[in-house]
Design a protein around this ligand. Structure first.
Ligand code: T46
Length: 136
């Protein structure tokens, strides 16, 4: 998968009042943030994702609780268990992702490089495979 999927460590400021983590555009992440969204009230047996993006880059965090992300670049598959709010999973363009095994009360926050655009999605796996393999 080379650098196309990797964990990004964010700073953590700890003191007796609790922990604080921050993200700065142009510093901690490799794109300008144009959108933030979050998933919550997710049933523990839910499956989300099941798509890839033509251009979108994202960083996915488990702000609370945990869940699994399955990653597939068309050749290699891997999986990440996200559970640490300091560690975001960077996912570049043209990567298939699936999410499941959400813990009770899990909150997933995503930083995205573009606004929502349905035309940017591959929601069909075979179409995604043909596209990544076709590019050689
Ligand atoms: C991804 C994973 C981690 C919007 O209107 N605006 C938005 O910004 C988003 C993300 C979604 N939507 C609409 C589109 C669908 O009608 O919300 C509905 C559910 O979206 P979707 O089925 O794509 O949700 P997930 O959780 O399967 O996937 C989302 C992101 O779409 C995707 O980019 O990587 O979270």
């Amino acid at each position: 998968l080379k650098g196309s999927v990797r964990l990004i460590d964010l700073p953590q400021i700890r003191d007796p009042r609790g922990d604080l983590t921050f993200v700065e555009g142009g510093n901690h992440i490799p794109f300008d943030i144009r959108r933030v969204y979050y998933l919550y009230n997710v049933p523990v047996d839910a499956e989300r994702g099941g798509h890839a993006h033509r251009d979108l880059e994202q960083i996915v965090f488990a702000l609370s609780g945990s869940f699994r992300m399955r990653i597939d670049d068309g050749e290699t598959k891997s999986e990440y268990w996200l559970r640490d709010p300091r560690k975001g999973l960077y996912i570049s363009r043209m990567i298939w992702r699936e999410m499941d095994s959400f813990s009770q009360g899990a909150v997933c926050m995503v930083l995205a490089s573009h606004r929502y655009d349905e035309a940017d999605y591959y929601r069909d796996y075979d179409e995604f495979l043909a596209a990544v393999r076709g590019r050689g």
